[in-house]
Design a protein. Structure first.
Length: 491
């Protein structure tokens, strides 16, 4: 190690790699493919210190070497994970086609994090892909995943984006980049689907025990751990999807390989935030049927959980029929549990305490008014919190005024007060979200080498529930345009 690398030992990596000790069909051992001329584009200092890493003495050159994979940290054990998945309903064998898990880092408070490079070159799972990623989409994942974290929604996070100095061929040659993703793990529903197919039938149980130990050790000794894992993952997913619905997030590609067992949002490909309220909103260019539309997200989560349950059948009971019956009972409780969770969330968005028989209509009436009048979702709740972000004639509409009168009457019940209801609303309703046109605007500049607008936006997105001096710059809906906003998977 030459002199410029002597600080690297002091960064604080604490690797304890457990995944690479699983049965060896679960992954492939290989490293990232070195890149020509890595350069740091953005680095997340607050995340790095949160997980106990200190890069304060690391030069930008060394940062670039580390986060391109050209210089691997001591203690790493690089692998590409194998997994399968239902993509748009069709089962496929997949795996990390362009990602490498560098290792599992243990933070000072004893939390385990996968450190993963995305865009780090071909792997045995690359199929026809080049194993690489492009700068724009990696910065997009960075800003949206960080926004999600600050919106207090469970998510994988982004530690760094490094340009590779190599062109990546898409429709035209583009700047190659590598994103460092930090996740509590990359275990997916699709990983279980993959384990089921192992020749060695004990692999599923081994992987199941591993997952429980890593994520939910409290259920290790329960009466039926497989049933409890199913229940727990279902609860996590219900909470997650409720949060997505709360802020108008549309994941865009809820394939079973993109559903994490940890309950974190994972895979920021074609995701986007809904602006005008329309339950059928879809942004992804390839989602022609609207399978992953805004309002379909809960039922797709349930569908994915069914696939998860199927993978667990052999572990639930030796008697297959009994196992199916037990799993079905849990899956059948999804709808009611989700509805309860959604209802509770909508109560918060509207500052309502307690429950009343007419609440459901009150909530649905507001949503259908927004839908019919093509009104901005986020800003309507801001308006109700007296955040008059713009004079908007739509709120002078008779339909809205009479709805608002009913809402104000309802607000008085259950010993509520204006302070109490506003406090609830402020916790549930962001003032700012990563609006699509704003994201595009800052990415365009970042692609041309100007990171300032990207960083300004990121700063405001750090505190989405608080009014800051620059918040207002990001609250306006997109200027109306003929062209529909579209997102793409091929990133
Ligand atoms: P995603 O749509 O991001 O969930 O990816 C689905 C699958 O395609 C995963 O196995 C990815 O690793 C793989 N993949 C996506 N892009 C590439 C690429 N450029 N090269 C190789 N594999 C890729
Ligand atoms: Mg994926």
């Amino acid at each position: 190690m030459n002199k410029s690398h002597s600080h690297i030992d002091k960064i604080g990596w604490q690797f304890d790699n457990t995944y690479s000790k699983l049965p060896d069909n679960m992954f492939s051992k290989l490293g990232p493919i070195p890149v020509k001329a890595p350069k740091v584009v953005i680095f997340n200092h607050s995340l790095s210190s949160k997980i106990g890493l200190d890069f304060s003495n690391t030069s930008n050159e060394d940062l670039a070497l580390i986060f391109s994979g050209n210089l691997l940290p001591k203690g790493s054990d690089t692998i590409a994970q194998a997994y399968a998945g239902h993509q748009f309903g069709h089962f496929t064998m997949l795996g990390d086609g362009r990602a490498i898990v560098v290792g599992e880092h243990i933070s000072k408070n004893n939390k385990r994090f996968d450190i993963q490079f995305k865009g780090s070159g071909k792997t045995p799972y690359s199929r026809n892909g080049d194993g690489r990623a492009v700068l724009g989409p990696m910065l997009r994942e960075y800003i949206i995943s960080e926004a999600m974290h600050n919106l207090e929604i469970p998510t994988t996070r982004s530690l760094a984006v490094v340009k590779t100095g190599e062109a990546v061929m898409r429709e035209t040659p583009l700047d190659g980049a590598i994103l460092t993703r930090v996740a509590s793990s990359h275990i997916r529903v699709g990983t279980f689907q993959y384990a089921v197919f192992s020749k060695d039938k004990s692999n599923l149980k081994t992987f199941f025990d591993y997952t429980i130990e890593r994520h939910y050790p409290h259920i290790k000794n329960s009466k039926n751990p497989a049933i409890d894992l199913l229940k727990t993952v279902m609860e996590k997913q219900i909470q997650l999807i409720t949060d997505w619905m709360r802020v108008g997030f549309i994941h865009g590609v809820m394939n079973t390989d993109n559903m994490a067992i940890s309950g974190e949002t994972i895979d920021y490909g074609p995701c986007a935030f809904m602006d005008t309220y329309d339950p059928k909103t879809v942004f992804s260019s390839i989602d022609h049927q609207g399978r992953y539309a805004y309002f379909n997200q809960p039922s797709i989560a349930r569908w994915n959980l069914e696939r998860f349950a199927e993978s667990l059948i052999p572990l639930i009971d030796n008697n297959k029929d009994k196992a199916i019956e037990m799993a079905t009972e849990i899956i059948n409780s999804f709808a009611e549990k989700y509805k309860k969770s959604w209802f509770k969330m909508m109560h918060k968005k509207l500052g309502l305490l307690g429950e009343n028989p007419k609440d459901e209509n009150l909530i649905l009436d507001l949503l259908s008014w927004m839908h019919q009048n093509k009104v901005d979702y986020t800003n309507t709740f801001c308006f109700l919190m007296n955040e008059n972000i713009q004079v908007n004639k739509v709120y002078e509409n008779q339909g809205f005024i009479s709805w608002k009168r009913q809402w104000q009457e309802r607000l008085k019940l259950h010993h509520n007060s204006p302070e109490k209801s506003l406090k609830l609303m402020r916790q549930a309703n962001p003032l700012v979200i990563p609006r699509n046109y704003k994201v595009e605007e800052v990415l365009k500049k970042a692609n041309n080498g100007d990171l300032d607008p990207f960083n300004d936006f990121l700063k405001v997105l750090e505190k989405p529930y608080e009014k800051q001096t620059k918040t207002n710059n990001y609250q306006f809906p997109a200027p109306s345009s003929e062209k529909k906003y579209q997102t793409f998977c091929g990133t």
